[in-house]
Design a protein around this ligand. Structure first.
Ligand SMILES: [Zn+2]
Length: 300
């Protein structure tokens, strides 16, 4: 597995007490250093281009985020920039594209360990700690390369509203999410299934608060069946670890081994069908985040 990471991900700073904090990048750095010592290849990301971003975001939005460069701005009640954030967000989206490219070109798994996260960012709106929608930028780049069956599986405890809406009417991207429901951001009901030609290509599996590993195991058996039927040409994973029992934001009870089980289900799909690339999302307990990253990387 290739790891894509930059120590610069620490430079995007948020107000004191904010859960999406620079220390998360230090967790990434420690995990990456350990796996590098064990022989894994690590590369630094490049910045996403304006054209890559404009496949999923309005150009005016891309320019609006660019205009925050050098400034600290509140974009929504949860989402902030620091002077470096625009540059770092470009690196996060670029890392996701690179992970996708590596997976397809080298037929080897890739994992982009990035912040800020991306899955709440919408076409025209930053929200939920997210500036650019990293995984969506990667999926759109894969479609631009000619792929017509790209699956995104979002294992973060929150519903990835941004990713869902970006591909809601597009059958070339199957979006699948498990998430605590009802919960932030409020979307992700089971009857949100896609629209027009995209109908049937959004699959939401809302789960009640308190779900344990066994609940997730059942959910992922159903999801794997849908993915096997779809037969993806590429599997992208929004790797959020905030369904962990120790996470301070959500109320799920997934163990570290439970996260291993979830990723094992998805690796099985990849083994049967296609290359796989993972991109981090949430995960706000630093120890749980480190442990879950380790069990994920160990599976590849
Ligand atoms: Zn989350």
């Amino acid at each position: 597995m290739l790891l894509i990471f930059s120590p610069r991900f620490e430079e995007h700073t948020t107000p004191p007490g904010h859960p999406e904090r620079p220390e998360r990048a230090r967790v990434f750095a420690n995990v990456v250093a350990r796996w590098q010592d064990k022989g894994l290849e690590v590369v630094e990301p490049r910045a996403a281009t304006r054209d890559e971003l404009a496949r999923v975001h309005d150009v005016a939005y891309v320019d609006g985020i660019a205009a925050t460069a050098g400034r600290a701005v509140m974009l929504d009640p949860d989402t902030f920039t620091s002077p470096e954030s625009h540059e770092i967000a470009l690196l996060a989206a670029g890392a996701a594209v690179q992970a996708m490219e590596h997976a397809l070109d080298r037929r080897e798994p890739a994992f982009a360990l990035v912040r800020p996260p991306g899955h709440h960012a919408e076409q025209t709106r930053a929200m939920g700690f997210c500036l650019f929608n990293n995984i969506a930028v990667a999926a759109a780049a894969a479609v631009a390369r000619g792929l017509s069956r790209v699956a995104i599986v979002d294992i973060d405890v929150h519903h990835g509203n941004g990713t869902q809406w970006m591909f809601y009417d597009d059958p070339r991207v199957l979006y699948v999410s498990t998430h605590q429901f009802p919960f932030y951001p409020g979307t992700g009901a089971a009857d949100e299934v896609g629209r027009g030609p995209g109908k049937g290509y959004t699959m939401n599996v809302p789960l009640a608060a308190g779900a344990i590993d066994a609940v997730y195991d059942m959910a992922y058996k159903t999801i794997v069946a849908r993915l096997d039927e779809y037969a993806p040409e590429l599997l992208l994973v929004s790797a959020g670890y905030d369904a962990h029992a120790d996470d301070p934001l959500a109320s799920m009870r997934v163990s570290t081994d439970g996260y291993g089980m979830i990723v094992r289900h998805l690796k099985g799909v990849a083994d049967r069908h296609c290359p796989i690339a993972l991109v981090t999302e949430g995960g706000y307990d630093l120890d749980a985040l480190a442990q879950c990253l380790d069990v994920t990387i160990a599976l590849f």
